[in-house]
Design a protein around this ligand. Structure first.
Ligand code: PMT
Length: 222
């Protein structure tokens, strides 16, 4: 229907940061609050979709009517998302996933030493890139948090990761990106659609994103 264009569709959204453990007390994480991903999950539900939200640790209330899967590390998120991927129609990766994790994770507390400490980091698996390879007819959307050359780096991710669309965040502005209730984004799609969405609440951004994605999926070019 017009109000529930996603009725009968399954939408998977990721949100929040990941946590990569160093030892029993220390970890690496990032500034993601989960607000953008949660807003996307809420709007998808309002549009009639059956929504799964895979989220890292955040301080937000669970959206009503959404299945929430809590994860901690990039590896946990990889496992949860790849397990669910086959049956989804739309997958939107708004999470800020760690690119590196400590090579060794100590289950005990590391003792302080007098000299400097080196922590060796290894790459995590790129979830989005994996999904781009596994993709059959899912509509796959990535996010890109950038401070420089936004469109160029965004276009690169769109192509390299075999995405249908990428939502580029300029995180050099305080009211955009991490933690804020508002965002301003630039959307690129693999069909050549290119649009800037100016500063709005994350909820309104999510609504506009779905009208773009739904338009592209139905092929009406809107
Ligand atoms: O959570 P908020 O406080 O509301 O902030 C919103 C946000 C800034 C976190 C969000 O809108 C955003 O931009 N998310 C993507 C942040 C990010 O990790 O960007 P990236 O350019 O490093 O990653 C690109 C894409 O690859 C992302 O879709 C990311 O989920 C994905 N990725 C990255 C690394 C990895 N190992 N696996 C991935 O799937």
């Amino acid at each position: 229907s017009k109000e529930q264009p996603l009725a009968g569709k399954k939408v998977l959204v990721t949100a929040g940061p990941t946590i990569e453990v160093v030892d029993a007390v220390r970890y690496f994480t990032n500034h993601s609050s989960g607000k953008m991903g949660f807003a996307i999950a809420e709007v998808a539900r309002q549009l009639g979709a059956e929504v799964t939200l895979v989220t890292g640790p955040v301080q937000l209330d669970e959206p009503v009517g959404v299945e929430v899967i809590n994860v901690t590390s990039a590896k946990d998120m990889y496992d949860a998302v790849t397990k669910q991927f086959n049956e989804q129609h739309i997958v939107i990766k708004a999470a800020a996933v760690a690119d590196y994790r400590p090579k060794k994770q100590h289950s005990r507390k590391m003792k302080k030493q007098d000299d400097d400490l080196m922590i060796e980091m290894e790459r995590t698996d790129d979830i989005l890139k994996t999904l781009g390879k596994l993709k059959t007819d899912q509509y796959l959307v990535g996010f890109a948090a950038e401070t420089d050359k936004l469109l160029e780096y965004g276009q690169g991710k769109l192509e390299r990761k075999n995405l249908d669309a990428i939502v580029i965040n300029d995180i050099s502005e305080e009211q955009n990106g991490f933690k804020s209730d508002t965002n301003a984004v630039h959307v690129l799609t693999n069909k050549g659609f290119n649009k800037a969405i100016p500063l709005k609440s994350k909820h309104e951004i999510a609504s506009q994103l779905f009208s773009i994605f739904i338009g592209e999926m139905s092929g009406d070019g809107s």
